[in-house]
Design a protein around this ligand. Structure first.
Ligand code: ZN
Length: 199
């Protein structure tokens, strides 16, 4: 949730730098994490690393309708909670789960296993689109997130729901609702993301 990998120099007095590496091109990469929610893991072999990756679902940037539908099938969890499970798909965190569900018009409390094939298609499209746009904007910076060159992201200026609880939905102007779903603060539009979808 926190911590940044940076390229460049750092002060030897900076007690928030926990590890550094000298790269082949002689530049230095370092891991800085003042809040200590981040972590580093080492693996004894490429095989051990591959095994770790194997526990992750498909990359969210490449997830397709059929894959998402198959992975959610039979799940009684809320779709918000399922999206945050990195074993279902890898790469969606709290911000982009809310943004993707809003873009797809899906209520975050809908049961994951009950989403239709068409809804999974809309959701997979939304996930790829939301993440793709966020990446081109350098990510979302609320506290201390910066990229490897130390630049903050600008994607937060384009959020439709995340961080906007109580404000008007950009789509329908109704106030956005919020609640804890999947153990995380969740924001959605009650009109654009109906809890009971029309059939
Ligand atoms: Zn709305």
């Amino acid at each position: 949730m926190t911590g940044t990998l940076r390229i460049g120099d750092f002060s030897p007095d900076d007690r928030h730098v926990h590890a550094c590496w000298r790269l082949d091109n002689t530049s230095v990469m370092y891991f800085r994490d003042p809040r200590r929610f981040g972590g580093l893991w080492t693996y004894p072999s490429p095989e051990a690393l591959a095994e770790r990756w194997h526990a992750l679902g498909p990359d969210a940037l490449a997830v397709g309708c059929d894959d998402l539908y198959a992975r959610l099938k039979g799940s009684a969890r809320a779709i918000k909670a399922a999206l945050l499970d990195q074993g279902v798909i890898a790469g969606v965190g709290n911000i982009y789960a809310d943004e993707s569900l809003h873009a797809a018009g899906i209520h975050p409390r809908r049961m994951a296993g009950k989403l239709t094939h068409a809804e999974c298609g809309r959701l997979a499209d939304a996930i790829r689109s939301v993440l793709g746009h966020a990446i081109t904007r350098g990510g979302s910076t609320f506290r201390d997130y910066v990229d490897a060159q130390g630049n903050p992201g600008t994607a937060q200026a384009y959020h439709m729901v995340y961080g906007r609880a109580g404000q008007a939905c950009f789509g329908c102007r109704r106030p956005l609702q919020h609640a804890v779903i999947g153990q995380r603060q969740t924001v959605w539009c009650p009109a654009c993301q109906p809890e009971t979808p029309p059939h």
